[in-house]
Design a protein around this ligand. Structure first.
Ligand code: TYM
Length: 333
C-alpha cells in the first residue's frame, strides 16, 4: 500500500490482438481506478509461450498492447505499466508457489482442459502450471483487488487458495486478494457462436480494437441473433443468447440499460439493431485506435514507459520475494 491507497493489479496476454471482450470487460474500467488505487497493469508475455508464438510477431504485439493500454487511458505517470518478463521475480516466486500447489487442483482448471483440447500436440507443463505463475503475478504486489473478466475468476480463486495455504504455514506473508468483476461486459460472447466467449483464438466472431470501421460494421451486420419469429430486441440470455450478447455490447459501449435499449428498438427488429451496435462500437473504439497508432510511431517513448514501469514494479516485487525466500528458509545471498 502506497500513500494509504489500496492496490490493484491486472494483466492481459499479448497472444493476439486486443478484442472488445478484453476492452469492454476489464480494460475499460481500469482508467477509472488509477486515481483511487495504486495500480499495476502488465503485459503477460511469459504466459503467451504456453502456446507457440512467432517471436517477431510477439514483440510487435507487446508494443501494440502497451500503446493500447496508454490509448485506453492508462496514463503511465499515474500507474505502473510493465512487461512481465522484465520483472524476473514473477518467475522466481512462481517456482516457490509451484511447490505449494497441488497437482489435483491444477487438473481441475477449466482453462487447462480447454486449451489442452485445442493444442493436443503441445500439452506442455507450462500450460498446466500457468495458474501458479498467475498467482505469483498477483501475490507479489500484495493487491487488494484483481479486476478481470468472468473467465479468469477460477484463476483468482486458486490464487487465493495458494495464498491461504502459504499463509497457514508461514504467517501472513501474502494479502489474499478479491476478484473484481464488472456487472456488464464480464463475459462478451462470440458474434458468430454466441454460446462461446469471444476469444482471439476464434477470430471469425471476434471484434479487434484495431479493426477498421468497415470491418467492425461487417462483423456486426453478420452477427448471429436467433431464428425465432418474434425478432424483437429483448434481453433473454437463455432463449436469445446472440441478442443478449449484442445488448450487452451495446450497453457497455453506450452506458444504456437493457430497458432503455429495449425501448429504443421497440418494433424495429434486428435490421436496425445490429448496425446500431456496430456504430456504437466503432465510435467507442475510434479514438483508441487512432491514439494507439500515434503512440506506436514513437518507440522511444514506449521504451521509456516500460523501462520505468519495470523498475518500479521490480522494486515492490523483490521486496515480497525476499520475504518469501526468508520464510521458506533460503540463506540470504
Ligand atoms: P487474457 O489475456 O485471456 O484476457 C485479458 C482480460 O480480458 C478478459 N476477457 C474477457 N472479458 C469479457 N469477455 C470476454 N470474452 C473476455 N475474454 C477475455 C479476461 O478475463 C482478462 O481479464 N491469465 C490472464 C492474464 C493474466 C492475469 C494475471 C490477469 C496473467 N496474470 C494476473 C490478472 C492478474 C489471461 O489470459 O487473460
Amino acid at each position: 500500500m502506497e500513500n494509504g491507497k489500496k492496490v490493484m493489479l491486472s494483466g492481459i496476454q499479448p497472444s493476439g490482438e486486443l478484442h472488445i471482450g478484453n476492452y469492454l470487460g476489464p480494460l475499460r474500467h481500469w482508467p477509472e481506478m488509477i486515481e483511487e488505487f495504486d495500480c499495476y497493469f502488465f503485459l503477460a508475455d511469459l504466459h503467451t509461450i504456453t502456446v507457440r508464438q512467432e517471436p517477431a510477431e510477439l514483440r510487435r504485439r507487446v508494443l501494440t498492447l502497451l500503446a493500447s493500454y496508454i490509448a485506453c487511458g492508462l496514463a503511465p505517470e499515474k500507474c505502473t505499466l510493465f512487461i512481465q518478463s522484465h520483472v524476473p521475480a514473477h518467475s522466481q516466486l512462481a517456482w516457490v508457489l509451484d511447490c505449494y500447489t497441488m497437482f489435483g487442483e491444477l487438473s481441475r482448471m477449466t482453462q487447462f482442459k480447454d486449451k489442452s483440447a485445442r493444442n493436443a500436440d503441445n500439452i506442455n507443463a507450462g500450460l498446466f502450471t500457468y495458474p501458479v505463475l498467475m498467482a505469483a503475478d498477483i501475490l507479489i504486489y500484495q493487491p487488494d483487488f484483481v479486476p478481470v473478466g468472468e473467465d479468469q475468476r477460477q484463476h483468482v480463486e486458486i490464487c487465493r487458495d495458494i495464498a491461504n495455504r502459504f499463509n497457514g504455514i508461514y504467517g501472513d506473508v501474502f494479502k489474499v486478494p478479491e476478484p473484481y468483476i464488472a456487472k456488464v461486459g464480464a463475459r462478451i460472447m462470440s458474434l458468430s457462436t454466441p454460446e462461446k466467449k469471444m476469444s482471439k483464438s476464434q477470430p471469425e466472431g471476434c471484434v479487434f480494437l484495431m479493426d477498421k470501421p468497415e470491418d467492425i460494421m461487417r462483423k456486426f451486420k453478420r452477427a448471429v441473433t436467433d431464428s425465432d419469429a418474434e425478432r424483437c430486441v429483448r434481453y433473454a440470455p437463455e432463449e436469445k443468447p446472440g441478442v443478449a450478447n449484442l445488448m450487452q455490447i451495446y450497453a457497455s459501449a453506450t452506458g444504456k440499460s437493457y430497458e432503455e435499449i429495449e425501448r429504443e428498438f421497440d418494433g424495429k427488429g434486428y435490421g436496425a439493431f445490429k448496425p446500431a451496435v456496430g456504430e456504437a462500437v466503432v465510435e467507442c473504439l475510434r479514438p483508441i485506435r487512432e491514439e494507439t497508432e500515434r503512440l506506436l510511431a514513437d518507440k522511444a517513448y514506449l521504451e521509456s514507459v516500460y523501462r520505468a514501469g519495470a523498475e518500479k514494479a521490480g522494486y515492490v516485487a523483490n521486496k515480497t520475494l525476499r520475504k518469501v525466500y526468508k520464510k521458506v528458509g533460503f540463506l540470504p545471498g
